[in-house]
Design a binder for this molecule. Structure first.
Ligand code: FAD
Length: 524
């Protein structure tokens, strides 16, 4: 507490004298007043120096917890006007894996622990006929869910698998889960944003108003501004979820069925699932499928019995949402949908649970891993978008090749429909109507004594996967990208690179924001 100051002149004096030899007049940097807090507390600074990945490390000078958008404006404006350059990085909940939310030598704006104002109630828009809610950029999705459920039985439409992520953090990337084939990613389910640009201007933007900033910020990796408010699309929350998993040993049959299911995005709700994902089953260890404590003893078939002759297995995962009024017909609806699929007979695993429990499923897995000391370990994750036309080549070269018989964490695989993504946003996806997310969610266990669980081994394997794609001409895009050189970033963005650079010059001309992404802009 001794190091925690109310946003004040005198902290910033200290900050600038640390930043460089030139001590600037404090008033140049920050006007006093505001509800936020700026902290030099070593433990808070140390927390902001790392992220979930546990691989990158960069000490900021200070951590700011804004109480309102005005605090963010004051900080960024002061930094913008300062003669001495210093970075300001927005940190949602620090769940990046390659240092994207770190602010080496700068100020971390800790959004998920700021804001004291009460949340606005969900509202109805007569013009769209839809409900929405305005949330703080640092709100966690789990809090948004609890709030909207408690106030009208509503819920956001599009999700991530894990809810302890911030709204601004996922909107800066895309925000994807098994609902994306139908609703699009989270960035396709936002009506309006308040953004503090790198010049310290607070701008409201939407499709109609300041649309360039709106589209640029969505998937924009925090480069154009700090999202302080987001207007999120809502729907009436279903009560329950029928959650089904079926197994395949034939990859072609698995992807054919996945693609069939996502092609039903426009069908009547009784004729499509609400969520479609999948994963590769290498073995059933806790680390390997921490997302899925699902194959419960109640189920008649043990995976091992199916796996005995098959080697690698692929699990297709689906849900059907329903209300008590539809409880009588849910079995029939699910049966009809499953009837179209070619999975291994008798490999159907089913459970039924409240909607909220389904959405919050990964948190339960987190608790189990935490209890075993397996959560706060290095996470050399690799997330790729793979064009559907090359997914079989990817299977042969990676799942059945490079991975060997160990995955060191869940490997997710599911397709999405490109037309549900707005190409005006900053995010980049392959140039095909259907593409897959393939997510290697690995945990390194340096003390396990097994060299194949080491950070070095897994990082090398990630590199091999990327090289394989290059050599095989598979035009993947990294999701939650980690590139270093300018050439790599230019290649990542492809035709969007020119626009990205122009918008950077327009909205963050001093290149102060989100430097942890490691994009070497020509201006810096
Ligand atoms: P941070 O890591 O804190 O920040 C990420 C980036 O966004 C940084 O560049 C930061 O500067 C910027 N940023 C943060 N807040 C703002 C803001 N308010 N305005 C502007 N820029 C901002 N992703 C999915 O899409 N689907 C999943 O199912 C999924 N599951 C996950 C499960 C786990 C266990 C973990 C650890 C991550 C998962 N992710 C998933 C990845 C997650 O979406 C990213 O890590 C994302 O960055 C959100 O994390 P965060 O809120 O902690 O953001």
């Amino acid at each position: 507490m001794a190091h925690t100051l109310l946003l004040p002149l005198f902290f910033i004096c200290g900050l600038t004298s640390t930043v460089g030899p030139t001590v600037e007049p404090a008033e140049m940097l920050l006007q006093p007043a505001g509800e936020g807090q700026l902290s030099l507390d070593p433990s808070e600074v140390a927390t902001a120096a790392v992220d979930f990945g546990g691989v990158a490390r960069a000490e900021p000078l200070a951590v700011m917890r804004p109480g309102c958008a005005g605090d963010v404006v004051r900080l960024v404006r002061a930094a913008y006007r300062s003669a001495r350059w210093f970075p300001v990085s927005d940190r949602g909940h620090g769940h990046s894996t390659n240092g994207q939310a770190l602010s080496p030598g700068g100020v971390v704006v800790q959004m998920s622990r700021g804001r004291i104002a009460p949340r606005p109630m969900p509202a109805y828009s007569p013009s769209t006929g839809e409900y929405y809610v305005d949330v703080w950029g640092g709100d966690l999705w789990v809090d948004v869910l609890n709030w909207t459920l408690a106030n009208g039985g509503l819920a956001p439409k599009s999700w991530t698998d894990y809810l302890y992520l911030s709204v601004g953090g996922t909107l800066s990337n895309a925000g994807i889960s098994g609902q994306a084939f139908h609703h699009g990613p989270q960035i396709s389910n936002v009506y309006e944003l308040d953004v503090v640009t790198g010049k310290g201007e607070l701008i409201t933007c939407s499709e109609e108003q300041n649309s360039e900033l709106f589209h640029g910020v969505l998937g924009g990796l925090g480069q154009f501004g700090i999202i302080t408010r987001a207007r999120i699309a809502l729907e009436t929350a279903p009560h329950r979820v029928r959650w089904i998993r079926v197994l395949y040993s034939d990859f072609a049959a698995f992807t054919r069925d996945q693609e069939l299911l996502v092609s039903l995005h426009g069908a009547h709700r009784s004729e499509r699932f609400d969520y479609v994902e999948g994963f590769v089953i290498v073995d059933e260890g806790l680390i390997n499928n921490w997302r899925s404590s699902f194959f419960s003893p109640k189920n008649p078939v043990k995976i091992s019995s199916v796996q005995a002759n098959a080697g690698l297995l692929y699990c297709l995962e689906m849900t059907k949402n329903y209300d008590s009024s539809a409880a009588d017909s849910i079995d029939e609806v699910v049966e009809a949908l499953l009837g179209q699929l070619g999975y291994i007979p008798a490999s159907v695993f089913t459970t039924d649970l409240p909607y909220v429990d389904f959405l919050d499923r990964v948190h339960k897995a987190e608790m189990r891993l935490r209890a075993k000391g397996l959560w706060a370990v290095p996470h050399p994750w690799l997330n790729l978008f793979v064009p559907a036309s090359r997914i079989a080549d990817f299977d042969r070269g990676v799942f059945r090749g490079i991975l060997g018989n160990k995955s060191s964490g869940p490997t997710l695989i599911y397709p999405m429909n490109k037309h549900k993504w707005d190409d005006r946003s900053s995010v980049v996806t392959p140039h095909e109507d259907t593409f897959y997310l393939v997510a290697f969610l690995r945990s390194a266990l340096p003390d396990s004594g097994d060299p194949t669980q080491s950070l070095e081994y897994l990082s090398r394997q990630n590199k091999k996967i990327l090289e394989f794609c290059d050599d095989a001409g598979i035009e993947i895009k990294q999701y939650l990208p980690d590139h270093r050189s300018r050439a790599e970033w230019a290649r990542h963005f492809g035709p969007k690179w020119g626009r990205f650079l122009r918008q950077k010059g327009q909205f963050d001309p001093k290149c102060m924001l989100a430097t942890g992404q490691g994009i070497p802009f020509p201006l810096v």
